[in-house]
Design a protein around this ligand. Structure first.
Ligand SMILES: Cc1ncc(COP(=O)(O)O)c(C=O)c1O
Length: 398
């Protein structure tokens, strides 16, 4: 079922999603073993702790839900986004395999982090493209191992986000064009220069590293499931850029609940709705243009094929919505409604919640997804104030 909305927003029920009780072929792209390995590594990093899970019952009452359960990634290490779990983890895995090949012996990642191989790694170079948070994670990871980072950003990535990556010692190169152009250029330049690409998106023939990245993201979902202590949400709302985060969470839900999993809905900015367009067409579709959206972390026009293989089976619904939904919701969360804890939610963090609000207020959509007063919705607040200047401007605006 599709509702083209008024052009400003739209929603669709994925006709290809597995029905309850059906096998989910795509979910096998990501594995319990991959998650176990990511958890063993990441949980041994300094300052690791599961991020908080808040129950926003005041907001839930206002919006007509039984509960809004908010996984708060603003507290994720010093990076303030879930992306800390992916790029940095993949850098460490790549450093390990580079050293093992070069030195011909087994090497523990813990020893790389301890600085035992800094000399061998100082000229090894990691490259990526980013709209902000992934690059920050990669730069953080390269600082942990002591190698070089060269990071490509597109025209509209904010200065604050650029400087945050430079603060971890990365060389940041701004290109003309959009996010997808930066991904392509990074891959071409890395190939010519012999750098290793650590991307959060995949393309044909390049899947192993983004798989590591997504296994890292799965830890966020596993933490949330453990914090739910046996309670199953009715719906999970996930914002999508290339789809990596949504696929990682959806796959973790599938591993944990199987056919009894919650209804999974993916939300994007209308300016960069490549997952929506892909679900609508039933095959990967490229969204062209400058992809300019306030939700900077979601400004992708091409899906990750790896992520799509999961989401085509496990993504029950897709929504796109306008930027104007974002600032009021950030302010609402910042102030806390009806005694709720105040939450620092960045521009890209609120997209899933904005979708829940739009669907709940639309009788046809609410009925299609079974959203009502009894719904207990799980939201992944994927970033905090990752650009503090922009965040403060938005939250303090009248
Ligand atoms: C804060 C935030 N949320 C969500 C996403 C979406 O992640 P993905 O591109 O894996 O779909 C991103 C991507 O950069 C992000 O920065």
């Amino acid at each position: 079922m599709t509702n083209a909305g008024d052009g400003e927003w739209g929603w669709l029920v994925n006709p290809a999603a597995a029905l309850p009780g059906q096998a989910v072929p795509g979910a096998g792209v990501l594995s319990a073993d991959g998650l176990r390995q990511a958890k063993a590594e990441i949980s041994s990093w300094d300052d690791y702790a599961p991020t908080p899970l808040h129950h926003l019952s005041g907001l839930a009452a206002e919006l007509g839900f039984a509960d809004i359960i908010y996984k708060d990634e603003s507290a994720r290490f010093e990076l303030q986004s879930f992306k800390a779990l992916g790029g940095a983890y993949a850098v460490l895995r790549q450093a390990q395999s580079y050293l093992q090949d070069r030195l011909g012996k087994a090497i523990a990642i813990a020893d790389i982090r301890a600085g035992d191989y800094r000399r061998q790694l100082q000229d090894w170079t990691v490259c990526t493209a980013t709209d902000g948070n992934h690059g920050r994670s990669v730069a953080w990871g390269t600082r942990m191992v002591g190698c070089r980072a060269i990071i490509y950003i597109h025209a509209t990535v904010s200065e604050g986000r650029k400087q945050a990556m430079e603060g971890f010692g990365a060389e940041v190169r701004r290109i003309d064009g959009n996010y997808d152009d930066s991904v392509r250029l990074a891959a071409v330049d890395a190939d010519a220069a012999g750098w290793i690409v650590v991307s959060d998106t995949s393309w044909p023939g390049y899947e192993a590293i983004p798989t590591d990245v997504m296994h890292g993201y799965m830890l966020m979902a596993e933490e949330a499931i453990a914090q739910l202590a046996g309670q199953r949400p009715s719906h999970v709302f996930l914002q999508g850029g290339v789809g990596g985060m949504a696929a990682a969470v959806a796959a973790t839900c599938d591993l944990h609940w199987g056919a009894d999993r919650p209804c999974i809905i993916i939300a994007e900015p209308s300016e960069a709705a490549c997952l929506y367009a892909t679900a609508d067409a039933g095959r990967p579709v490229v969204v062209p243009g400058d992809l300019d959206t306030l939700m900077a972390g979601l400004a992708a026009g091409e899906v990750s094929p790896l992520a799509w293989r999961v989401l085509q089976d496990v993504g029950d619904g897709f929504v796109h919505l306008p930027d104007r939904d974002v600032p009021p919701l950030m302010r609402k969360l910042a102030h806390g409604i009806g005694g709720d804890v105040a939450v620092v939610a960045g521009e890209s963090a609120v997209c899933g919640l904005a979708a829940a609000i739009r669907l709940r207020a639309n009788p046809q959509a609410a009925a299609a997804f079974g959203l009502d007063d009894a719904s207990r919705i799980l939201i992944f607040g994927s970033e905090g104030a990752t650009d503090p200047v922009l965040y403060n401007e938005i939250v303090t605006a009248a």
